[in-house]
Design a protein around this ligand. Structure first.
Ligand code: TLP
Length: 357
């Protein structure tokens, strides 16, 4: 792996998780009123949880340290050991979370292939395993919104409603990994509750496009959150003066949502620029929010080689498959950075095409 030249000019498109807190967030951390959250005595955490529940149109919420823990806590609290859960075959829970729902929650994942991250309700129905002497009873369906590996695609409120109908008809719960749910809401220009009303519970991340340093929030009924809190404690996620995490979270919910539109605009600009570079292919239909997936197969190299070459020139991207690369826009990446990145990518592609490896 090469060393980037002039680190001050790095354009980091690996993820929106690399965003740093704003000055206002750092001030809010300093000023936060604190208490012991395990005793429910941190006023800043309590305020964030109330705000989050209200914003999502649910009864209660719970702050957890990460999106991965939020998913594990939620799947565990929605199921019992030996149950099965239907999830989209490329979803984060299935791909990136070390199989925690199997190894810790004791849940059998039943992957269902979707189109652009969206499962067909008929396929969901067909995957349900009944309670018999032989099968792991299905009790949960999980959706991901926006869908990361599909390229930040939006599962529309209508599509959620259709899946929720199947879930309801069969007595299953519906959970949403809404790590980037505000990107979905901003993309469709609708209130986030349009996405949450048909799910039983969900999580969203503060630490991605919303720019917080740490934190995700699980949201659902009072009863579910009580259960989730016990699971969080079991996993070692009971935090003490967690107001220092909640304080920037409050600012994120108040001020950082609408600006996601800038990230979407930049992602579009990036995707359209990439799509016309010889040897790089992009499915523009999937570019709906702040994620761009590109394939470098046409250049005759693997993603790793391409990503390393970009890194040497100061552009950071993520390998997500043999020839697939992901780029994500976020606060701190401006239109000029996209233009600069495109020039560099075009140069690198040309070098590779000329056999200059
Ligand atoms: N995703 C990360 C990586 O793990 C790939 C990223 O850079 O996108 N759900 C979804 C849909 C996610 O994209 C992520 C993070 C998580 C859950 C987990 O969140 P964290 O990283 O806070 O555990």
């Amino acid at each position: 792996m090469g060393t980037p030249k002039g680190s001050e000019t790095l354009i980091d498109l690996r993820s929106d998780t690399v965003t740093l807190p704003t000055e206002e967030m750092l001030e809010a951390i300093k000023a936060a009123e604190l208490g012991d959250d395990v005793y429910k005595e941190d006023p800043t955490v309590n305020r964030l949880e109330e705000m989050a529940a209200k914003k999502m149109g649910k009864e209660a919420a719970l702050l957890v340290p990460s999106g991965t823990m939020a998913n594990l806590v939620s799947v565990t609290a929605n199921t019992k050991k030996g149950d099965s859960a239907i999830l989209e075959a490329e979803c984060h829970i299935y791909w990136y979370e070390l199989g925690g729902i199997a190894s810790i929650a004791g849940v059998l994942p039943l992957p269902v292939k979707g189109v652009m991250g969206v499962m067909d309700p008929k396929d969901v129905e067909a995957a349900i395993r009944p309670r018999t002497l032989h099968s792991a009873e299905t009790t949960l369906v999980c959706i991901e919104n926006t869908h990361n590996r599909a390229g930040g695609t939006v599962v529309t409120p209508r599509q959620i409603e259709a899946i929720s109908k199947v879930a309801r008809d069969h007595g299953l719960r519906l959970y949403m990994d809404g790590a980037r749910i505000f990107n979905a809401a901003v993309a469709l220009k609708v209130d986030v509750r349009e996405f949450t009303r048909h799910v039983d519970n969900l999580m969203f991340c503060l630490s991605k496009g919303l720019s917080c340093p740490i934190g995700s929030v699980v949201v659902g009924t009072e009863e579910f959150i009580e259960k989730a809190k016990r699971v969080r404690k079991t996993l070692g996620g009971g935090m003490r003066q967690a107001g220092i995490i909640a304080a920037p979270g409050i600012i994120a919910l108040e001020k950082m949502i609408n600006r996601l539109e800038d990230d979407h605009r930049n992602a579009r600009l990036l995707a359209e620029g990439l799509a016309v570079i010889d040897g790089i292919s992009v499915n523009l239909k999937t570019v709906q929010t702040n994620i761009v997936m590109l394939d470098v197969d046409g250049l005759g190299v693997e993603a790793e080689v391409f990503v390393d070459k970009l890194r040497e020139r100061g552009v950071l991207a993520l390998k997500v498959g043999k020839t697939r690369v992901r780029m994500v826009t976020h606060r701190g990446i401006e239109k000029e950075d996209i233009e600069k990145a495109l020039n560099i990518i075009e140069d690198v592609a040309k070098e590779i095409r000329n056999g200059n490896l």
